[in-house]
Design a protein. Structure first.
Lengths: 258, 335
């Protein structure tokens, strides 16, 4: 199921403002790629171009190519809705549907995709909650609202919701930034398990987190405020954190700026 | 602890405050500004309760005089003859007419208002949404007598076609049969009331839909929801209690609307099984058209009917609150 992402010459705009410019990279299937860089460098914008969420923002538009295996996500006749069913996303703040129960939250994406028998739904919901390491904590209260869970549990619920539809790719936009250290650890462990099945891309402000969870790390930077963000380098995480090939990366990682 | 910074020349400790003062201090009302504000706000709250109680007491007192003299059953009689000896009057027709016309108005107005609100918040381009919202606000500013005149002079003559159509296809139900009289009927009143309550329901719903957190909509979008599915998954459930509240505001106006109904309806103390036949009445319309010429007993009788309207309104509001409270833990409030 996991697919390769191949981005070439991608530029994204908010209205007339160019947010990121000419980004090219390849993300291997069944790997974790972390995006790091200072605030405003366009990591989240770039992430959102990978499932066509960028264009949801008023004025948002994209130039360039994003290939998922061999299919161009921005090709003519590609429906953004079907792209988002293949590329799942987890957001910065946990956002379970407040009006739905835990069960319905996980089943939400499935119900969009078509008809399932009750027993099939039960199986997939259980499997997804187990996949998100949440099953044991919620199995006795699946009919309670998802908003009653703790922040960390809510985020894992959102991960369960995203993986329930078996996407090819899972995008995570600073998934731990609103969580306490213990919940963060739980999510990081989970990311390690999920990469067996999915291609994962994660934006993080926490460099230790990038070092802990990712196989590859991409460093983004911008020349000055108002300038578009660019991809400075992407390499094996070990190399980025020990011996990066660009000085700016080393400066950022060693805390000299940003 | 501040004992550590006390010096030898510190003033002696102030006398212990009395228990009352301690209590007051705990409430944070020790400064003059706080005390004045507390007094003002508490006074306003109490004044409101006193006024409500006074209204209820007045209505109940005058109503009880009238009901005591009523020779017929006040709740089930299809008559309003306060001049008879002994007088006979009852609110059956008024209750029926008030509820039926308001229900028709709600059935028409709520779906349209929700649709307009969704269009304005989720479909319309911003350049279009502003002017449309403004026009809807204007609808709310039109005085009800103007609606009444428009209803009587424009709406009534133009509803013959609709009435004929309803009679032809749905006449067999009895509810929509029509014998060709000018449609100064419950349906016409309901349609007019629907137009009148549309702005308030639209505006409140629009505010509620606008407050749906962006992150809930993005959650649905990221799952591969179409725009309509986003609305169904994130917007409508979040706005549900708000739409109910909005509808109750509208219903309150429909129940109590006076001039427009009095201008359009051709009143009678009969219950028409067909919504298309003229006749019937509502509480407010009946009070407005009879109050001027009523004698003392007549006025008391009308006040008694007003009390019933008051009670109906309270019941409707209570029911709405119960509906909202039932799913409170699922509301967006604790997200």
């Amino acid at each position: 199921m996991a697919k390769r992402i191949d981005v070439s010459g991608l530029t994204a705009y908010y209205g007339s403002h160019k947010a990121i410019e000419d980004i090219s990279m390849t993300v291997e299937p069944r790997s974790v790629t972390a995006f790091i860089g200072p605030s405003g460098c366009g990591k989240s914008t770039f992430l959102r171009t990978l499932n066509r969420m960028h264009e949801v923002t008023p004025g948002g538009r994209v130039e360039g190519k994003v290939l998922l295996d061999d299919e161009d996500l921005y090709g003519a006749g590609i429906d953004p809705v079907s792209v988002r069913r293949e590329v799942g996303m987890v957001f910065q703040r946990p956002n379970p549907f407040p009006t739905m129960s835990i069960f319905d939250n996980v089943a939400a994406g499935l119900r969009l995709n078509g008809k399932y028998k009750k027993s099939e739904l039960n199986d997939i919901v259980e499997k997804s909650l187990k996949g998100a390491n949440l099953w044991n904590e919620v199995k006795d209260r699946l009919n309670k609202p998802g908003s009653g869970l703790s922040g960390g549990q809510q985020q894992r619920l959102c991960i369960a919701r995203a993986i329930a539809v078996e996407p090819d790719v899972l995008l995570m936009d600073e998934p731990c930034s609103a969580l306490d250290p213990i919940s963060t650890l739980a999510i990081e462990d989970l990311i390690g398990e999920l990469k067996e099945r999915f291609t994962i891309v994660i934006v993080t402000h926490n460099m230790q987190q990038a070092a802990r969870v990712s196989d590859r790390t991409a460093f983004f930077n911008l020349a000055a405020v108002g300038q578009p963000g660019r991809l400075i380098e992407i390499d094996d995480t070990e190399r980025i954190f020990s011996n990066p090939s660009v000085q700016a990366t080393e400066d950022y990682i060693s805390g000299r700026f940003g | 602890m501040d004992t550590s910074i006390q010096t030898t020349d510190a003033p002696p400790p102030p006398p212990q405050p009395s228990p009352v003062e301690q209590k007051r201090a705990a409430r944070g009302a020790t400064r003059p500004g706080d005390r004045i504000f507390l007094g003002l706000s508490r006074g306003s709250g109490i004044l409101l309760l006193v006024i409500m109680a006074a209204i209820a007491a007045f209505l109940t007192y005058r109503a009880s005089i009238a009901i005591g003299k009523d020779d017929a059953n006040f709740l089930t009689t299809f008559e309003w003859n306060t001049g008879l000896v002994p007088p006979e009057f009852g609110i059956a027709v008024l209750a029926f007419g008030t509820i039926v016309s308001s229900v028709i108005a709600m059935v028409i107005a709520v779906p349209v208002a929700v649709a307009i609100a969704l269009f304005l918040t989720h479909y319309a381009p911003r350049r279009l949404a502003g002017p449309i919202a403004y026009v809807i606000d204007l609808l709310a500013a039109v005085p009800s007598i103007v609606y009444g005149l428009w209803g009587a002079m424009i709406l009534v003559p133009h509803l013959n076609g609709l009435n004929g159509w309803l009679d032809e296809y749905l006449g067999w139900t009895g509810i929509f049969s029509w014998d060709g009289l000018a449609p100064r009927s419950m349906l016409t009143v309901g349609i007019l009331l629907a137009i009148m309550i549309l702005p308030i329901i639209t505006n409140v719903s629009r505010e509620v839909f606008r407050q749906v957190p962006r992150m809930h909509e993005e959650a649905a979008l990221a799952l591969g929801a179409t725009r309509w599915e986003v609305i169904r998954m994130a917007v409508l459930p979040f706005g549900r209690s708000g739409v109910i509240s909005a509808s109750m505001l509208g219903l309150g106006r429909a129940l109590g609307e006076t001039m427009a109904v009095a201008t359009v309806l051709s009143p009678s103390f009969t219950i028409q099984t067909s919504l298309l036949d003229p006749g019937g009445g509502t509480f407010a319309q009946n009070i407005a058209s009879k109050f001027g010429e009523a004698d003392e007993l007549g006025r008391d009788a009308l006040i008694a009917s007003g009390l019933v309207l008051f009670v109906i309104t309270l019941l409707v509001n209570g029911a709405a609150r119960a509906i909202i409270a039932r799913r409170k833990e699922y509301s967006g409030a604790n997200a």
